[in-house]
Structure formats: structure tokens, C-alpha cells
Ligand binder design. Structure first.
Ligand code: AMP
Length: 395
């Protein structure tokens, strides 16, 4: 059964064609700079790399070109789109309407349109892409998999903010959480590796990448997560502020004479470890600079590690204990230094690090010692596989 996984962003469409008999990837690609100059599609398969420089004025045209690449006689993996049995779409924001993955219907599209305000930069391209796929691959059912859905189990006392209740009712202002597909996949896989039932484990998942979030998983469900109404909340990230006193926002706006767009840009693109270090948003650059004695790079790394340690402590309290701590995402999977900083800060819990196992990159591995009170683990995330599995299950 062939499933096309589609992840559309504001100016890009990432895609993977998956064979779900063997859960293998037949090809993967990226249409980028949609609506901008210099747009192109890059695709990799067993037969090599296809690069197609082509005007992509909108997501509809981009999807047409993507399908042409997938069926390319030389670099494609199938002769005709009729081989695609279903399409799974990653949707960033499902608001309160969508608590689980769902098959696309006219009503579902209408529901998405109703909540587009919550994440317009993503939701509008999602809707265009879904509509295009319904037209272009009309025989195949479309499924939406929401990044927020896994967190819909967070109890109300944990997802509400202290704003007037009428604003929650009017605008649905509350914590939603993101990276849900990753947190769900990683917590499930970690329990499998440990050989214990997921619903008997208290797990904290640290998804550490360009965007980072931490989730407390109890009984297999998300009970709290660090991102909030938007993916700006929680840990200080590559270029996002993370948590801070909300009064800082009007203060900076007033002092620096910034409008809403400018402050949003500052908080999303110029802050976090990039803003603090003045070096980079990439942790490889930060680690290299810190090693050479760059004080602000070291400060940014310490802030990041400290923030993780605090969240793990808070979520251990929320869960009433901790059995399993899991690292994933670009930093979580690859940075032994960041993991070591975090694990050192958690030594008080009785967590004992296996230095040798921690000295690895990008693979599933237990990085705590056998007798450790808490098991620490690295599990590379696989959001596309999770989307394909949910799509398969629904169709
Ligand atoms: P992601 O958003 O999950 O793709 O993660 C991307 C981030 O992972 C990059 O910005 C880097 O900061 C980080 N990263 C990737 N490889 C390494 C590495 N070997 N060491 C430290 N950080 C890494």
C-alpha cells in the first residue's frame, strides 16, 4: 500500500512516498520557495537526485509539479498517481476542533477554515494543498494528522492561561502544544524498546531541534507540554524566545517603537540562542564557539540546558514520578554534549549516565546505566512514518 505523506509549510511542501507493507520510503522530496523567486523541487530516490528549477507561484502548482516528479520516468518511483492509495497531510494546528487524525471531507475543510486564524501562515497553505490533492489524486482518500492532536488530552487546569475567561471563549486562547506526532511516536517507540507497556510508564520526551518542546506522557497520553498557544512558548529555541514575562512584550514595543509584525519577527526570528549568543541558531556552531571560549555562546547553551532541566523537574512532579526520559530532534539525537549537560543536572534523581552510550549520534540507544533509577534514551523521531501509519489505519 503506497501512501504519500505531505507536509506543507508557508513556502514549501515536503513529501515522502512510503510503501506501508514494509514501512519503507520510496522517495522523498521538497518543493521550496513557493511563491518566491528561485523556486525548485528536489527529490531523492534509489535512482538518484532530481532537481527541477521551475516557477512555483502557489501550492496548487507546486503539488502538480511534485506529482510529476513522483511519476518521472527516470527518477520517480511509480508510473501513475493511481498507485497512490492514500495521502496523509501534516497539519500544524487543529485548534480544539480536531482531537485525532481524520479523513478529509468538505466539513473538515470548513472546520480548518474556521480555525485558520490560530496559525494562518500554515493553515492556509494546508487547505490549498489538501484541495489540490483532492483534485489531482481524486481516487485516494486524504487524511489529516494534527500536530496538536496528541496534546488534546492535557487537562483543562493545565492548558488554560490566566486571561479573562471570555477571551478563551471568544478566541480559544489556551495552550495547544505542538510536535504532537513526534512526541506520540517517540514515547511509543521508547516503551517498545524498553519492553514495557506504554500505559504503565511515566515518560518525559525532549524534542530538541530548531523548534524544541518537552512533553509529559502518562498512561500513553500527553498531560502537559512546553509549547503553548503558538510554538513560541517553552524552551528558548534556535531563534525563538521561549517563555518570558509577557510584560516584556509591550515594554520592548514601546521602547523600540515596534509594531505587532516587528515584535513578532523579533520574538520568532531574532531571539532564543541566536539572539543571546549573537553567533548562530545552530547548536553545532554554538558548541564550537563555546569550546573556543565564546562566553555568550556558552551562556546560550547553559540557558537551554537549564530550561530543559527545569521542565523535566516540573513534569516529573506533574506525572508523580519519572521512569523514562527520551531525547529526540536534531539536537536531542545528535548532541552528546547537550544530553550530557541535561543528564548531569538530573543526577539528583538517581539517573546514572552511560558515558560510552551517550557518545553516539542519531540512533536508538539507552544512555543510562543498567541500574539507573530513571532510564534515559535516544529515539530518532519519524513523524512521516507516524503520519503514514495513522493514514493507513484510517483508510
Ligand atoms: P531539527 O529542527 O530537528 O532538524 O534540528 C535541527 C538542529 O539540530 C540544528 O539547528 C542543529 O542545531 C542541531 N544539530 C544537528 N546536528 C547536530 C550535532 N551533531 N550537534 C549538535 N547539534 C546538532
Amino acid at each position: 500500500m503506497l501512501i504519500l505523506v505531505v507536509n506543507s509549510g508557508s513556502s514549501s511542501i515536503k513529501y515522502k512516498l512510503m510503501d506501508m507493507e514494509r514501512e519503507t520510503v520510496l522517495l522523498s522530496g521538497l518543493a521550496e520557495r513557493i511563491g518566491l523567486h528561485g523556486s525548485k523541487v528536489k527529490q531523492t530516490s534509489d535512482t538518484g537526485e532530481l532537481v527541477l528549477e521551475q516557477d512555483l507561484p502557489d501550492h496548487k502548482v507546486a503539488m502538480e509539479i511534485v506529482l510529476r516528479c513522483i511519476t518521472d520516468p527516470q527518477y520517480g518511483a511509480i508510473n501513475d498517481v493511481s498507485s497512490i492509495k492514500a495521502v496523509g497531510h501534516r497539519i500544524v494546528h487543529g485548534g480544539e476542533n480536531f482531537k485525532k487524525s481524520m479523513v478529509v471531507t468538505d466539513e473538515l475543510i470548513q472546520g480548518l477554515e474556521e480555525i485558520a486564524d490560530l496559525a494562518p501562515l500554515h493553515t492556509i497553505p494546508h487547505i490549498v494543498t489538501i484541495k489540490s490533492c483532492r483534485e489531482l489524486i481524486s481516487h485516494a482518500p486524504q487524511v489529516t494528522v494534527f500536530d496538536t492532536a496528541f496534546h488534546q488530552t492535557i487537562p483543562k487546569y493545565a492548558h488554560m492561561y490566566g486571561v479573562p475567561y471570555e477571551l478563551y471563549q471568544k478566541y480559544k486562547i489556551r495552550r495547544y502544544g505542538f510536535h504532537g506526532t513526534s512526541h506520540k511516536y517517540v514515547s511509543g517507540r521508547a516503551a517498545e524498546i524498553l519492553g514495557k507497556p506504554l500505559n504503565e510508564l511515566k515518560i518525559v520526551v525532549c524534542h530538541l531541534g530548531n523548534g524544541s518542546s518537552i512533553t509529559a506522557v502518562g498512561n500513553g497520553a500527553s498531560i502537559d507540554t512546553s509549547m503553548g498557544f503558538t510554538p513560541l512558548a517553552g524552551l528558548p529555541m534556535g531563534s525563538r524566545t521561549g517563555d518570558m514575562d509577557p510584560a516584556v512584550v509591550p515594554f520592548i514595543m514601546e521602547k523600540e517603537n515596534l509594531n505587532v509584525n516587528e515584535i513578532n519577527d523579533l520574538m520568532n526570528k531574532k531571539s532564543g540562542v541566536l539572539g543571546v549568543s549573537g553567533v548562530s541558531s545552530d547548536f553545532r556552531d554554538l558548541e564550537e564557539a563555546a569550546e573556543k571560549g565564546h562566553e555568550r555562546a556558552e551562556l546560550a547553551l547553559s540557558m537551554f540546558a537549564y530550561s530543559i532541566i527545569k521542565y523535566v523537574g516540573a513534569y516529573t512532579a506533574a506525572l508523580g514520578g519519572l521512569d523514562l526520559l527520551v531525547f529526540t530532534g536534531g539536537i536531542g539525537e545528535n548532541s552528546k554534549d547537550m544530553r550530557a549537560r541535561v543528564l548531569k543536572g538530573l543526577a539528583y534523581t538517581g539517573l546514572e549516565v552511560d558515558e560510552e552510550n551517550n557518545n553516539t549520534r542519531g540512533k536508538e540507544i539507552i544512555i543510562s546505566k543498567p541500574g539507573s533509577k530513571i532510564t534515559a534514551m535516544v529515539v530518532p523521531t519519524n513523524e512521516e512514518l507516524m503520519i503514514a501509519r495513522e493514514t493507513k489505519a484510517l483508510v
